[in-house]
Design a protein around this ligand. Structure first.
Ligand code: NI
Length: 196
């Protein structure tokens, strides 16, 4: 190798690694896009609300739907978000009847329909608490790509780490985007009314 070809080889190797790097990056981005595709969020489910009524993905059709995944023993995040959702529903006025608002348990072991009923009595009556057996809950958690993990506490008790975002689904039951609760209830209600 002489003095004139050596830099060319180095430049060539550099260009080659750039191409490989770019290809890897595009491949990774493609993968991410697949994972995050809105159509990949959601799917069929069968759960029971706090009054014992069956709720399935068909109940999402014809109304926009807000879905929060959580659990009744949640120390702060769930009650805060349920309070905020309640404020939005109140700001909706009569239109609150034209949306679905679901609180889906990630802790079916403790969240029976009766426990959900008791818990939700503190929030807006439009909220429906959905639970089921562990298999039915695992199914919807998987379909909505929810992160939920049991974390043992001292004394044999446990808590749940879980995704805290609120899902907005359109009238066709298709995922739109995470719903923004960090705005005034009036503004959030106005946002939601676009999907009626
Ligand atoms: Ni929570």
């Amino acid at each position: 190798m002489d003095r004139t070809t050596r830099p060319l080889v180095i430049v060539g190797a550099f260009a080659g690694s750039l191409v490989i790097g770019l290809a890897l990056m595009l491949w990774a981005l493609g993968g991410l896009r697949t994972v995050a595709a809105p159509s990949a969020i959601g799917g069929p489910f069968q759960l029971t609300d706090q009054t014992g009524q069956t709720v399935t993905e068909k109940n999402l059709l014809g109304k926009p739907t807000l879905i929060l995944f959580g659990f009744t023993h949640c120390p702060d995040v769930c009650p805060t978000e349920l309070f905020e959702m309640s404020e939005v529903l109140r700001a909706m006025g009569k239109d609150a009847d034209r949306v679905n608002a679901y609180f889906v348990s990630v802790d079916p072991e403790r969240d029976t329909a009766a426990a959900m009923k008791d818990y939700l009595s503190s929030f807006d009556p439009h909220l429906r608490g959905l639970t089921g057996d562990s298999q039915a809950v695992a199914k919807i958690i998987g379909e909505y790509r929810v992160y939920a993990k049991k974390v043992p506490l001292k004394g044999g008790d446990y808590t749940m780490d879980h995704t805290a975002l609120v899902y907005l689904m359109d009238r066709d039951g298709k995922f739109v985007a995470p719903f923004n609760l960090k705005q005034s209830p009036q503004q959030a209600a106005a946002d939601l009314k676009h999907y009626l």
